[in-house]
Design a protein around this ligand. Structure first.
Ligand SMILES: N[C@@H](CCC(=O)N[C@@H](CS)C(=O)NCC(=O)O)C(=O)O
Length: 203
């Protein structure tokens, strides 16, 4: 398998899951500004949408969309317990969170990364994001992971998106549970390995 990624982007989520799942895989970096991969390939030939992540399966088939990729990886490494079994209520709870992270956190943050965003829009979106952070913080009360006691692929995604806060100058201090969560997930060996492989660890 090969993961197309950009350092620190949402592709960090499937990258973490590949490592948590014990997969044998390779990485190919994508320069989102030029649309070229590190081997000089035109990334749109892999994902016509031009965004990361994309997962090239061993048979040469490409899977896109982070939430779909991480569930595929969880289901094909079932012994790692990275997602509740298909068809159970807990699995829908996982999908609920993946969708929430995608639509209510990830996409708002994606817009905030635009340095040319007008101040008024930035303020409004930051306010909306604060409401969402409060709701995640409430959900984490008394929990180690977002679904409870077990690390799942939703944690890889939530960690990835919350770890953008410093780059976006978003203050998470009103929600100490979020900072503690980022520290907890970030200290997992697979997460440290993924961060190191993407050149995201200091020094
Ligand atoms: N719907 C896609 C969105 C992926 C996405 O937003 N990727 C960003 C990085 S976090 C990206 O590659 N942006 C560059 C672009 O859109 O050209 C998914 O969930 O996988």
């Amino acid at each position: 398998m090969k993961l197309y990624y950009a350092p620190g982007a949402c592709s960090l989520s499937p990258h973490i899951v590949l490592r948590e799942g014990g997969y044998d895989f390779t990485l190919e970096r994508v320069d989102l500004a030029t649309g070229k991969t590190e081997t000089g390939a035109d990334y749109k030939s892999v994902n016509p949408n031009g965004f990361v992540p994309a997962l090239m399966l061993d048979e040469g088939v490409v899977l896109t969309e982070g939430p779909a990729i991480v569930q595929y990886l969880a289901d094909h490494a079932a012994d790692r317990n990275l997602a509740p079994a298909a068809g159970t209520l807990d699995r829908y709870r996982l999908m609920q969170w993946l969708n929430f992270i995608s639509t209510e956190l990830h996409k708002i943050c994606g817009i905030l990364f635009d340095p040319e965003l007008p101040d008024g829009v930035r303020q409004k979106l930051t306010g909306r994001l604060s409401q969402r952070f409060a709701s995640v913080s409430d959900a984490l009360a008394g929990r180690t992971f977002i679904l409870g006691d077990q690390f799942t692929v939703a944690d890889a995604y939530l960690f990835t998106v919350l770890s953008w806060a410093p780059y976006l100058k978003l203050d998470l201090s009103p929600w100490p549970a979020l900072g503690a969560y980022v520290g907890r997930i970030g200290s997992r060996p697979a997460v440290q390995q993924a961060l190191a492989a993407e050149g995201l660890l200091p020094g």
